[in-house]
Write a protein that binds this ligand. Structure first.
Ligand SMILES: NC(=O)c1ccc[n+]([C@@H]2O[C@H](COP(=O)([O-])OP(=O)(O)OC[C@H]3O[C@@H](n4cnc5c(N)ncnc54)[C@H](O)[C@@H]3O)[C@@H](O)[C@H]2O)c1
Length: 332
């Protein structure tokens, strides 16, 4: 198959490209390198371009004849989205319109979308099924909700079918050590705690210790990036065999608190580091845990890496490699 991967130079997209390449698919990555890295694209060709460039997208679609699109490209920081909402509405919502228009024009009818648990907002139940009404609480979540809506309406009025995967907390790195998380600035807990363990940060900050959870800190469902990519491969097979449009949660169905992650990073790395306890961040729900029974039942997804120590170990190996290549001093 020939597959367009937008955002394929980024964290999750680059793992996708590697797995697709290993399976012998032809891949074209479309990425503006705003947060991605040229050297993370291990297979296929890289076209440097922005999703807002509809003309460029059309030329690419006309030339390549794609069988499917996997759309990772987006802006991903909740905190930044609160400061720059229009940037998020433009990049995550408006830009998918260009991609969908190109799909319709060139009859590419199979589309996989990177959605997020942030569409659920502050849910009142846990674990969360896909049936819970979506009520985002920040521009990032709203921008992804808008994209999901555009997909739903487009698929109702055309031949296009899509799978929207609502990722919970993607974590970990390529088990072979070739790829991993390289966000700048990094906002995710596991790489931040690992950097504190490596001594390249002064410590790690805990936002809120008075939540209504067993140890007072927020609980999240961490999913290894490899299992997330497996979900995409199953979604691709499903669409290619004519499956209808679906939305699936991607998480393991169990959560770890911030304190538990800090302890797990200490255990796996064997290093002590400072923890700074501070106030809550706005819009952080106490629990975000996926009920993933739908994807397990309908796509036959069986996670292979559901082990927090393994997730942290792969991320740690990656961070050690990264810090030996580009020594950095990170600040709190
Ligand atoms: N990382 C997570 O835990 C997580 C959780 C939920 C959802 N997601 C979603 O998964 C997707 C990938 O996330 P990631 O962590 O790999 O992020 P990332 O920042 O590492 O990757 C995003 C990629 O998209 C590219 N990009 C951004 N805007 C673009 C544009 N306008 N045109 C072309 N390329 C553009 C960037 O250069 C980068 O390579 C995103 O859609 C994100 O919202 C991620």
């Amino acid at each position: 198959m020939k597959i367009l991967v937008t955002g394929g130079a980024g964290y999750i997209g680059s793992h996708m490209v590697k797995r697709l390449g290993e399976r012998g698919h032809e891949i074209v990555v479309y990425d503006n390198l705003s947060s991605g890295y040229r050297d993370a694209v291990l297979y296929g060709s890289l076209v440097i371009g922005d999703l807002s460039d509809y003309g460029k997208l059309c030329r690419l679609f006309g030339k390549e004849g794609f069988d499917a699109v996997i759309h990772f490209a987006a802006s991903i920081s909740v905190e930044e989205s609160v400061r720059k909402p229009l940037m998020y509405y433009r990049n995550n919502a408006a830009n998918i319109f260009h991609l969908l228009e190109a799909c319709l024009r060139y009859r590419v009818n199979n589309f996989i979308f990177s959605s997020t648990a942030a569409v659920y907002g502050n849910p009142s139940e846990t674990p969360l099924t896909e049936k819970v009404s979506i009520q985002p609480v920040n521009p990032y979540g709203f921008s992804k909700m808008m994209a999901e809506q555009a997909l739903q309406d487009t698929s109702r009025s055309s031949e296009l079918r899509y799978v929207s995967l609502r990722y919970f907390n993607a974590a970990g790195a390529d088990p072979e050590g070739e790829l991993g998380e390289r966000h700048d600035p990094e906002t995710h807990l596991i790489p931040l705690a690992i950097r504190a363990a490596l001594g390249s940060r002064e410590g790690v900050t805990m936002f809120g210790t008075d939540y209504d959870t067993p140890d007072g800190t927020c609980i999240r469902d961490y999913i290894h990036v490899r299992d997330l990519i497996d979900a995409h491969l199953l979604a691709l097979d499903y669409l290619m065999s004519g499956g209808s449009s679906r939305v699936f949660n991607c998480g393991y169905g169990r959560g770890y608190s911030v304190r538990e992650i800090v302890e797990a990073v200490r255990r796996v790395t064997g290093a002590e580091f400072k923890v700074i306890e501070t106030g809550r961040r706005e819009g952080d729900p106490p629990y975000l845990i996926a009920d993933s029974s739908r994807i397990r039942a309908e796509l036959g997804w069986v996670p292979a890496c559901d082990d927090i120590d393994y997730i942290i170990k792969t991320a740690w190996e990656w961070e050690k490699k990264l810090s030996s290549v580009q020594p950095q001093k990170h600040h709190l």
